[in-house]
Design a protein around this ligand. Structure first.
Ligand code: GP9
Ligand code: MN
Length: 709
């Protein structure tokens, strides 16, 4: 007992009477409150022991580094410096608690310096959102100050040796490196690909996020400052030179129709008509693909870079490539000027809405969509019980549940509407719970590959249910359903499995280029049988002009890099990949090799002057397209471009908060009662799903498991 008492005494004398003790107290409290806020106020979605561990670890390094500044002073100055550093960190924590509660995102330099919508709204709403527990962020500072005032903590006059102070700072830096190493190991590309602010905080910490955000903001602002209206000139002349002539047969054919952009997550073209065990994997999507009311494309490629889904979205709705590194939506989405498809349609009387069963902050959608003109963004918090474990898998809600819940909102959109529905279940690692599995895995033996057909089947079934809803609601006949796969599902790092799935002995770069094909289908009964499978070479960048022309909207004044895939004239049929490779109607350049597109025969351009001149020409087009598209985004060049009839709009006018959304929807319906709900006398369409989580029948896998195809 005596020994315990002695130990406690020693310990408290260290903590209360020495500089190092005071330092330890501060580090401990900063860590404790930050960790508490992580768990209590933010939803960082830490999964598994490593992410949980990093959440515990990540407040410590900056706490040590910053508080150790105090160790370089002596006496009183040391104590006040530490308290001051603690205070600064606490204010940052406190501000983020409030901001996050309202916007499910973290404060950024742009938001703070713009004094924009976010700031204003936050100011107004502050009274309403502040909670007593928020002030815990300052509790330790008050207690420590009082303890000093009442001399319970005695100021240690001795200075800490400089060498020791430096060692402590170094310890903080070392811990930061350890944290970063473990984080990169768990989620590679964390800082280069920049998925989501939540990820940076989850893995690296709130203070690291602040530094990263300041650095990024500064870099982006510098690039923008250096750009001027002159830079737009060469871009514009390049875009003008590559304009396509719309096809009279199709131009305006789908004018005034609703549009649903149905995002098939990670869905590759090879899945179309693919069979496992003699069964079609995706019978519903196949049916759409082959329908006479569908314009389908069998030489259509994904062109994404690091931004993956975000790059696909950027291409489809802006005709701009993803940027050379990172995700354009994250780096520029909050600040750049856009002349995007949703906004163009919005200004022509469309209601515009995006739907996604993940959190709104992923890929910075919650900010970017405002600048793209989306009236509404229905993300996870909009759907009932969307946090329930059994409703989720991988990145977000299971597609069947997500689509059922989305239909409720779709019913309420005044028509015509333009909507984008982003599915997510068919995403790596292709996990699916047993009750939802309805087809055997493939048997390549590659674990990351074999479940792919199962989630693809699930996506297909989800789409099938959604199609029934469209028919039942009456939307089907006056809606264009655009389906596209956003990018690969099985990456090139699985050549053996790819060979087996495609029935080849081994795969060449030519096969891998073909492997980048994804479906692109424009389906509408209004095509009146004038669809068919088109063989034009194209990719995601071409969707914008193709679709807008079908809707009867000219793109001749847009700064966009796509070409109308239905064009009667001027289509180059060159498909740039983000790394400068390409596929054209003539040649394929992939992984440093060249092939004849139609036959797959490898060629050496240096030995074939005719091929070389075509390839050089195509390469020049590819390089310029990518370079100019980057210039538009890094220099924010659209701020200098006047699009006739287009009104630049302001992110401040949009709010994706649930309450604001619901009241805006209600008001819109009163003013413009053209929604399904209004047309059906204030009734929602019945949505039928067999999702077992909602009481439907669980799926079963057929007995026999044999090899693919
Ligand atoms: C997450 C989802 C996935 O919201 O869009 O993005 P990805 O990893 O496919 O780019
Ligand atoms: Mn994706």
């Amino acid at each position: 007992m005596q020994r315990v008492n002695d130990a406690v005494k020693k310990c408290s004398s260290f903590l209360f009477n020495t500089t190092m003790g005071f330092f330890v107290l501060n580090v401990f409290f900063v860590w404790l409150k930050t960790y508490f806020v992580y768990q209590h106020d933010f939803s960082l979605g830490a999964k598994g022991p490593m992410q949980e561990f990093l959440l515990i670890l990540n407040p410590i390094p900056t706490a040590i580094i910053l508080l150790s500044i105090g160790l370089y002073f002596r006496g009183r100055a040391t104590y006040w410096t530490m308290l001051f550093v603690n205070l600064i960190q606490s204010i940052w924590l406190f501000a983020n608690i409030l901001y996050y509660r309202e916007f499910t995102d973290f404060l950024s330099l742009n938001i703070m310096s713009s004094g924009g919508s976010a700031g204003n709204n936050l100011g107004k709403a502050l009274g309403g959102i502040i909670q007593g527990s928020d002030f815990l962020a300052f509790a330790d500072i008050i207690v420590l100050t009082l303890l000093i005032a009442f001399k319970c903590i005695k100021i240690d006059k001795k200075a800490v040796r400089k060498r020791i102070a430096a060692l402590v700072t170094l310890l903080g830096a070392a811990l930061m490196l350890v944290d970063y190493g473990l984080a990169e190991n768990d989620r590679s590309g964390l800082l280069t690909r920049t998925f989501d602010n939540n990820y940076i905080v989850k893995y690296l910490g709130l203070n690291e996020y602040a530094v990263y955000n300041i650095y990024k903001t500064h870099k982006t602002a510098e690039e923008k400052k250096q750009a001027n209206a002159q830079d737009l000139k060469k871009v514009k002349s390049f875009v003008d030179d590559n304009k396509t002539m719309p096809n009279a047969q199709y131009y305006g054919k789908l004018k005034g129709k609703n549009v649903i952009m149905f995002h098939l997550e990670s869905f590759q073209q090879f899945l179309i008509d693919y069979k496992v065990n003699g069964q079609e994997v995706t019978p519903n999507i196949n049916r759409f693909y082959h329908s006479k009311d569908s314009l389908s494309f069998d030489n259509f490629y994904n062109q994404v870079g690091q931004g993956k889904t975000a790059d696909a979205e950027n291409m489809l709705e802006n005709g701009l490539y993803g940027t050379a590194s990172g995700a354009a939506m994250v780096n520029y989405g909050s600040t750049n000027t856009y002349q995007a498809v949703p906004d163009m349609l919005d200004q022509r009387g469309y209601t515009t809405a995006a739907f996604h069963g993940d959190v709104g902050s992923f890929w910075n959608r919650d900010n970017t969509y405002k600048n793209w003109g989306y009236d509404y963004f229905f993300s996870k918090p909009f759907f009932p019980d969307s946090d329930k474990d059994s409703y989720n898998i991988g990145y977000g809600m299971k597609d069947k549940i997500f689509l059922r819940d989305s239909a409720k909102y779709l019913d309420q959109l005044p028509q015509p509407f333009y909507s984008k529905i982003i599915t997510v279940t068919n995403h790596y690692p292709y996990d699916l719970d047993k009750q939802n599995i309805s087809i055997p895995k493939t048997d390549t033996g590659d674990k990351t590959v074999d479940g792919y057909v199962q989630t693809a089947r699930y996506l297909d079934q989800s789409f099938g249910e959604f199609e029934q809803y469209l028919k039942k609601s009456g939307l089907y006949k006056n809606t264009v359903i655009v389906m596209y796969g956003d990018h690969y599902g099985i990456s090139e790092n699985h050549p053996k499995a790819i060979a087996q799935l495609t029935g080849k002995k081994n795969v060449t770069p030519y096969d891998l280029a073909n492997w980048q094909k994804v479906p692109f289908i424009i389906h509408s009964p209004a095509l009146q049988g004038e669809g068919g499978i088109k063989h034009t070479y194209g990719g995601e960048i071409d969707v914008m002009p193709t679709l807008l022309h079908l809707l009867g909207i000219s793109t001749s004044n847009n700064i966009q890099f796509g070409q109308d895939l239905l064009a009667s004239k001027g289509n180059r049929q060159v498909v740039p990949f983000r790394n400068g490779n390409f596929v054209s109607k003539d040649y394929v350049k992939y992984g440093g090799n060249y092939y004849v597109t139609k036959s797959g025969t490898e060629i050496k351009p240096s030995e074939d002057p005719r091929a070389k001149s075509i390839i050089d020409h195509d390469q020049d087009y590819v390089d310029k397209s990518l370079e100019y598209s980057d210039d538009v985004q890094t220099g924010d060049l659209l701020r200098f471009h006047k699009l006739p009839g287009y009104k630049k709009d302001d992110a401040k006018d949009y709010s994706y908060k649930k309450q604001d959304t619901l009241s805006s929807l209600a008001e819109k319906q009163r003013k413009k009662p053209t929604s399904v709900y209004k047309k059906h006398d204030d009734k929602y369409t019945e949505y039928v799903t067999n999702a077992p989580e909602l009481g439907g029948t669980p799926q079963t896998i057929p007995e026999t498991v044999s090899s693919t195809n």
